[in-house]
Design a protein around this ligand. Structure first.
Ligand code: SF4
Length: 280
């Protein structure tokens, strides 16, 4: 049994909030380079160039890649051989978010109540997902989520009779309706199966998959390819100004479901699909 003091979790979350906002993952930057090469529109190519410059300057100068520094989505995977001491995990995570957003000069974008809408001024609370894993490590992922893209999420409870084509059509339609709102080129996360809430969780997790990595199951890998092909044929293009690269990646995460249903959730990530991870 390993003992981890929750102050270590606070320090890690603080650092990851800053890192995630200032340093795009290498696979996302790489997808910009590939996207620029593939883009047919001259303006689209130029926009990709600006996105690459913006990404590199943010990293070099330690400033956020985007002014919308997002709501902090935190995945905490706790090894079953870990004993946490010194306080509650949730409090430690929120303290890390508080310190990270304050010390990193990151915009605080969270309101404490959905109707009263008063800013909490420290970007808390985080959206915290906890899970147990084998071993004695604490694995934390911080994924700041901007709402230009989050607002474009879509859900449909299909019947079991739905075909692959029905599902692909719904996902492509969600991306089409999103248009320029999610600051394309986008990353398309899809949760398929489970319950409605499980599908929404899987769609968010799907955005963490390295850009360009296909599902291990050929059935879903093929669907991802088809979704990408059709979304890129929409012509929305980089920043919605037209072009042939509207999506950088598509990832489907499936899960067992009930005989009577087939939940599907689309969670769209913008070109600033960020996350940073660390272990204790
Ligand atoms: S959707 Fe993404 S790129 Fe657009 S403003 Fe929000 S965080 Fe920034």
């Amino acid at each position: 049994m390993k003992t981890v003091h929750v102050s270590e979790i606070t320090a890690l979350v603080r650092a990851l909030c800053i890192k995630a906002n200032c340093e795009l993952p290498a696979d996302i930057r790489e997808s910009f380079v590939k996207g620029q090469a593939a883009e047919k529109s001259p303006l689209g190519k130029e926009i990709f160039g600006k996105m690459i410059d913006n990404c590199d300057l943010a990293c070099k100068n330690g400033v956020p890649v985007c002014q919308d520094t997002g709501m902090a989505v935190v995945f905490a995977e706790i090894g079953q051989e870990v004993h946490l001491e010194g306080g509650l995990l949730e409090d430690a995570v929120n303290e890390g978010v508080r310190q990270g957003y304050r010390d990193g000069y990151l915009r605080c974008s969270v309101v404490g109540d959905p109707l009263r809408r008063v800013n909490t001024d420290d970007n808390t609370p985080a959206i915290l997902y906890t899970s147990l894993a084998a071993g004695d490590e604490v694995h934390i992922t911080v994924a700041p989520k901007g709402f230009g893209s989050e607002n474009m999420s879509a859900m449909k409870m299909f019947t079991p009779a739905a075909s692959k084509e029905d599902i692909i059509g719904f996902i492509v339609d969600a991306c089409s309706r999103a248009g320029s709102n999610p600051c394309p080129p986008i990353v398309i996360g899809v949760g398929l199966g489970g319950t409605s809430d499980k599908a929404a969780y899987l769609a968010k997790r799907a955005l963490m998959r390295p850009a360009g990595q296909r599902a291990a199951d050929p059935l879903y890998a093929e669907m991802e390819e088809e979704i990408l092909r059709r979304v890129n044929a929409l012509g929305i293009g980089p920043q919605g100004l037209g072009g042939t690269v509207t999506a950088l990646a598509a990832a489907i995460e499936p899960y067992a479901t009930h005989i009577a249903g087939l939940p599907c959730v689309v969670n769209i990530g913008c070109h600033v699909t960020r996350h940073a991870e660390g272990k204790l």
